[in-house]
Design a binder for this molecule. Structure first.
Ligand code: AFP
Length: 318
C-alpha cells in the first residue's frame, strides 16, 4: 500500500506545499507517538490555563511545540493557530498555507492510557491581517486530518478527494495507507454523548436521547447502543469504522451554551473528513462547514456521523 508521501503525490501532484506540510506533520506525530508509548508523567499540570480555559498538561505543551516546529520547518505556513495559544503565531507572510490545530485532543485521557490525538485544519493564506487568517468557513479548507495515538497510531486525511486511513509503521516511522476512500455506513443504532449532562441539555436534545433510550418500545422502534470515549478523535475513529452518531450539544452550564468543541480546529476538520467519507456534520440545523466563524477559539454544538441519523436529528429542531 502507498506511503503517505506517495498518496499525497497521487492526490495533489501540483500542490507541493501541502505535501511538504503533511510530511513534516507526520514526522512530528511519529515523535509524539513514540513519547506517548514510552510513558512518563505526561498528565502533570505544568502551566496556566490555555486559551480555552483548560489546564495545560506536559504533553499538550510538548505536542504544541513539536507541531509548531514542523509547521515552521515546512516553510509553507504563514500562520499557525493552536488551541494552546491565545493568538496565531505568524511564521511567513508570503507562505501559501494557514494551519489551525488542536495539538493534543483528549488530554484528560492521557493518564489512563486511552487514545488521544492531534486535529489539523489547513486553509489557504487569505492575505491581510494574519492574526485573523483562520477566520474562514470550513468549506475553504484545503485539507483536514487527525492523528490517533492509540493501540495503533493512525491518520485520517482528506484533501477533498475522499478520506483515507493510514497507519504508522513503527519500525520505519512511516505512515502507510490501509484504507482508501473510507465510507461511513449511512444508518446506525449507536450514539455517543456525555450522558452525565442530560439534566443540563436543552429540551429538544433531551427528547431525542430520550427516544433512543426507549428503544424498541419508543418511537424509533429499535434498540440503540451507547459509547463515549471522551476523546473526539477516538469517538470519530470508531464512527469512521462502524458508523454511529456523536453529539456534543450546547447545554445550560455557563460557557457551554454552544457546547464544548471548537469550530475552527476541531469541528471544521472533523466535519470535512466526515463529509468526504459520506457522513454528515451539523450544529443541529446548519451544516458545520458553512458556518462563518467570528473568533479563533469559538465553540459550536457538534453533531456528526451516519448521514441518515444526523438528518433525523434535524426533526427535533435543536
Ligand atoms: P480534553 O482535551 O480536555 O480531554 O477534552 C477533550 C474534548 O475536547 C473532546 O476530545 C471530547 O469529545 C470532549 O472534550 C469530552 O468532553 P467531556 O469531558 O465534557 O465529556
Amino acid at each position: 500500500m502507498d506511503s503517505l508521501d506517495t498518496r499525497l503525490k497521487i492526490l495533489e501532484p501540483e500542490n507541493k506545499p501541502l505535501i511538504e506540510l503533511f510530511n513534516a506533520l507526520a514526522v512530528a506525530a511519529n515523535e509524539i507517538s513514540v513519547r506517548i508509548s514510552r510513558g512518563g508523567d505526561f498528565g502533570s499540570i505544568i502551566g496556566d490555563e490555555n486559551a480555552d480555559g483548560d489546564a495545560q498538561k506536559a504533553l499538550d505543551v510538548l505536542a504544541d511545540e513539536k507541531f509548531l516546529e514542523a509547521a515552521t520547518g515546512s516553510k509553507v505556513v504563514a500562520a499557525y493557530c493552536s488551541e494552546e495559544q491565545d493568538h496565531a503565531v505568524i511564521l511567513d507572510e508570503s507562505a501559501p498555507l494557514v494551519v489551525a490545530i488542536d495539538p493534543l485532543d483528549g488530554s484528560s485521557n492521557i493518564d489512563v492510557n486511552v487514545s488521544i490525538g492531534t486535529i489539523i485544519s489547513v486553509l489557504p493564506n487569505p492575505g491581510g491581517d494574519l492574526q485573523q487568517a483562520v477566520i474562514q468557513s470550513g468549506e475553504r479548507q484545503l485539507a483536514a486530518a487527525f492523528f490517533v495515538y492509540g493501540p495503533q497510531t493512525t491518520l485520517f486525511l482528506t484533501t477533498g478527494k475522499g478520506t483515507d486511513l493510514f497507519r504508522l509503521d513503527p519500525d520505519v516511522g512511516i505512515f502507510v495507507m490501509i484504507e482508501e476512500g473510507v465510507l461511513i455506513p449511512e444508518e446506525t443504532s449507536e450514539y455517543a454523548i456525555n450522558a452525565s449532562n442530560a439534566r443540563r441539555w436543552f429540551p429538544p436534545m433531551q427528547r431525542y436521547i430520550g427516544d433512543l433510550i426507549l428503544g424498541e418500545e419508543g418511537p424509533r422502534e429499535r434498540n440503540f447502543n451507547m459509547r463515549w470515549i471522551g476523546s473526539l478523535v477516538a469517538d470519530a475513529g470508531r464512527i469512521f469504522n462502524r458508523g454511529g452518531v456523536f453529539l456534543y450539544p450546547g447545554d445550560n452550564r455557563p460557557n457551554y451554551e454552544t457546547g464544548r468543541l471548537r469550530l475552527i480546529y476541531e469541528a471544521n476538520p472533523v466535519s470535512f473528513l466526515i463529509e468526504q467519507a459520506h457522513g454528515a456534520a451539523t450544529d443541529g440545523s446548519n451544516r458545520i462547514l458553512e458556518i462563518m466563524p467570528k473568533a479563533i477559539h469559538e465553540r459550536v454544538p457538534f453533531i456528526f456521523g451516519s448521514k441518515v441519523e444526523v438528518s433525523w436529528i434535524a426533526n427535533y429542531e435543536l
